[in-house]
Design a protein around this ligand. Structure first.
Ligand SMILES: Cc1ncc(COP(=O)(O)O)c(C=O)c1O
Length: 361
């Protein structure tokens, strides 16, 4: 049987950079500074410059980035925060962690991102913020959401480098989980921020609510980006634009190869960075099974929308209450995608999907 095609091949992306990584890691070892210090500070400056924001604050992971952003905005008990029902669980979990109530909004089926009209219909006097997710790397409709006049947090965990990301929200949060477009070699996260005061609060909150490590003004937490991860991120960041361009080329190639005759393709938009290449099919499970048999990895993200997750049951949503999120959960399928996936692998994916759907190959 021919070689298995993975969903993502992170190692293929960083393999050519191993000598440079080893050099940077040796420098960190020689410095003896593993927490904060010059590597983290340099990465924060480079990330801020890349994103075009005045502040970038390294934290331990993308979930903390959300929690700390919401806390810095003063979101807490008694507040409501609107977020999409179709996203990774951490988006809503972060809202609940700060004591607020997640209010789930439906998605636009054409983009899988928040539907601003549905968000508008859920605003109440208790709504304190909106968390918009740039799902699968596609920019969310920030202008329409900002027009609602509420503080906007961008959950950009999946969208480092996508057009317009970190341009509108008060805070934008990123994850450097190893499969992300910009990734670390372990956990890591970042808060990008345009407001000086909010940035200062995030900085304090990530280190026990202190500015100087002597006086503790807030109840914060310990959420730090390690120097060794910052060193890796500094090696990867200059390659991100090229990797994202390669992902866009691969997305275009899937369309050229005729994948769209079998399944619904993600809309080809210039700002999209295809963290995941997610297609839709009413017979998603059959397609996934046949891909598996042919040695092609695929994955369904996310199979249960957040309003129907057990931990959110107490909020009282019923099946059918957010129909587009629910339909996306049964139809979506992520196909192999990374910066550098070859044409041959993509041809095999397309042939297998077409055969599963009975479209001539
Ligand atoms: C949309 C979204 N939000 C938040 C997170 C949380 O990031 P992390 O796993 O780094 O905590 C992730 C990633 O896993 C994500 O995809």
């Amino acid at each position: 049987m021919s070689q298995t095609i993975p969903l993502v091949d992170v190692k293929a992306q960083y393999a050519p950079l191993i000598p440079e990584l080893e050099e940077r890691f040796s420098a960190v070892l020689a410095s003896g500074r593993f927490i904060f210090g010059p590597e983290v500070e340099a990465f924060e400056l480079e990330a801020a410059a890349f994103l075009g924001v005045p502040h970038a604050i390294g934290v331990a992971n993308g979930t903390d980035a959300l929690v700390l952003s919401l806390e810095a905005l003063g979101v807490g008990r008694g507040d409501e925060v609107i977020c999409p029902a179709f996203t990774f669980y951490a988006t809503a979990e972060a809202i609940a962690r700060v004591g607020a109530t997640p209010v789930f909004a439906d998605i636009d089926p054409a983009t899988l991102n928040l539907d601003p009209a549905d968000v508008a219909s859920r605003v109440t006097p208790r709504t304190k913020a909106i968390v918009a997710v740039h799902l699968f790397g596609r920019p969310a409709p920030l202008d329409a959401l900002e027009a609602l006049g509420l503080p906007l947090v961008e959950d950009a965990a999946q969208a480092f480098g996508a057009d317009g990301v970190a341009g509108t929200g008060v805070c934008s949060t990123f994850s450097f989980f190893p499969t992300k477009n910009l990734f670390a070699l372990g956990d890591g996260g970042l808060v990008a921020c345009r407001d000086d005061d909010v940035a200062e609060r995030v900085r304090m909150l990530r280190f026990h609510g202190s500015r100087d490590k002597v006086t503790f003004e807030l109840v914060g937490t310990n959420s730090r980006l390690d120097a060794i991860q910052a060193a890796a991120l500094r090696v990867f960041l200059p390659h991100l634009t090229g990797w994202n361009a390669a992902r866009r080329d691969a997305a275009a190639r899937y369309a050229e190869l005729g994948l769209g005759e079998a399944v619904e393709l993600p809309r080809d938009e210039s700002g999209h960075v295809y963290h995941m290449y997610v297609v839709r099919s009413p017979i998603r499970d059959k397609v996934a099974d046949e891909l598996g048999e042919a040695g092609v990895a695929s994955a369904a993200y996310y199979t249960v929308p957040l309003h129907l997750q057990p931990a959110m049951r107490h909020l009282g949503y019923r099946p059918g209450s957010l129909p587009e999120a629910e339909r996306a959960a049964v139809e979506n399928l992520a196909l192999p995608m990374w910066g550098g996936i070859g044409a041959e692998a993509q041809e095999r994916v397309v042939e297998t999907v077409r055969a599963a759907l009975g479209v001539p190959v």
